[in-house]
Write a protein that binds this ligand. Structure first.
Ligand SMILES: *Cc1c(COP(=O)(O)O)cnc(C)c1O
Length: 384
């Protein structure tokens, strides 16, 4: 079955024998499930934290889209990340991470590392040799995000996974930006895929959630155990919302990309824009890698305007169609200034080192009509 078909069908096969044949999985609100005898659970469910039919349908769909054997749905992307750290790491171990990650991920690593005696080392993973030279005896995990947020840097998942496996190290990839429609890290060699389903996967800015997909049974059992212990599960209602959102993932991603490509080209040719970061542009230094490991370039664009911080603020505040807001991946277009908003928790000198200037603007290109979007941007730039 192809991607679009799986996104619609998997996990929601109508139950004609015991159920009423719903073509959409019902929202199972029951917190507990009755059994015939102590030993016999009719469908394997006992208590909703441990397992819930609506969440389970979502987990099957999520796994299928990443070509994974197992999926787990969490109450947020951060809950999914925390569960990976809890399940895999112990005191004295070492983690290598890409230096340009989602701000919240860095905050989690910083606090978790300090408190539990785990060292997180950041490298510029665009160059795989930087990852290799950071590997130590006690390295347990390599954490990647590609393309990164907000600078659209990329790393070679295949090459890094190969060197990790030679050293018995687990590779986790945050695939939130690309989505499984455009990039499937497990097929490239990674062990674990993480998502904030809040973004493209749900796609309608109305549910916060997270997911992990993987095929290694041993790691899956560890993760499932820790998810159940800590309770970081997605609610039945949010599971339903996310199931509903996913059905149009392919359609949406194609449209996000089409609009982003047009807007990236427009920005690149505009005199008031200094630099555009979009993996689909020939001018992107890693355009070749994007073409090799991704099936498309996504809907996220960052750019530098030719001006001051005040100009950047004025520009973002003046737009009508782009809502000034954090987050990304919904059908509506959003705009923000990472240094002042999503990445304000990253210390200034660190932002400087990785290239997040105060005039960098990030946009999540929605699926409105692209002519309307360009008109809005053009008007904003004119007022500068
Ligand atoms: C939003 C985001 C997260 C965190 O997910 P939440 O659902 O907000 O907890 C992690 N990684 C990336 C790349 C994100 O964009």
């Amino acid at each position: 079955m192809k991607f679009e078909t799986r996104a619609i069908r998997i996990g929601e096969e109508p139950d004609m024998e015991n159920g009423s044949g719903d073509v959409v999985i019902p929202i199972h609100l029951s917190t507990t499930f009755a059994r015939r005898s102590i030993e016999r659970l009719p469908k394997g469910y006992e208590y909703s934290r441990t397992g819930n039919p609506t969440r389970h349908a979502l987990e099957r769909k999520l796994a299928s889209l990443e070509d994974a054997k197992f999926g787990l749905a969490f109450s947020s992307g951060m809950a999914a990340e925390t569960t990976i750290l809890l399940a895999l790491l112990k005191k004295g171990e070492h983690v290598i991470a890409f230096d340009d990650l989602y701000g919240g991920t860095k905050r989690l690593f910083r606090t978790f590392g300090k408190r539990f005696g785990i060292e997180f080392e950041y490298v510029d993973a665009r160059y795989a040799e930087n990852v290799r030279s950071a590997i130590r005896e006690n390295t347990k995990l390599i954490w990647l995000e590609t393309p990164t947020n907000p600078l659209m840097k990329m790393c070679d998942i295949g090459e890094i996974s190969e060197m990790a496996h030679e050293n018995g190290i687990i590779v986790a990839v945050d695939n939130t930006f690309a989505t499984p429609y455009f990039q499937r890290p497990l097929g490239l060699g990674a062990d674990i895929v993480v998502h904030s389903t809040t973004k493209y996967i749900n796609g309608h800015s109305d549910s916060v959630g997270g997911a992990i997909m993987l095929s290694d049974e041993e790691i899956y059992e560890e993760l499932k155990f820790h998810q159940n212990s800590s309770g970081a599960i997605l609610s039945p209602f949010d599971s339903y919302m996310t199931l509903r959102g996913i059905k149009t993932l392919a359609l949406r991603m194609r449209e996000h990309e089409r609009n982003a490509m047009r807007i990236a080209g427009f920005l690149e040719s505009h005199p008031k824009v200094n630099r555009v970061y979009y993996p689909g542009l020939d001018s992107h230094p890693q355009h070749g890698l994007a073409k090799k490991q991704m099936h498309g370039f996504g809907g996220m664009i960052s750019f530098e305007i030719n001006g001051t911080v005040e100009d950047a603020v004025r520009f973002t505040e003046s737009l009508q169609l782009f809502s000034l807001a954090e987050s990304l991946g919904g059908v509506e277009s959003l705009i923000e200034i990472p240094a002042l908003m999503t990445h304000s928790s990253v210390p200034e000198e660190e932002r400087e080192r990785i290239g997040i200037s105060d005039t960098l603007i990030r946009m999540s290109v929605g699926i409105e009509n692209v002519e309307d979007l360009i008109e809005d941007i053009e008007g904003g730039l004119k007022r500068l």
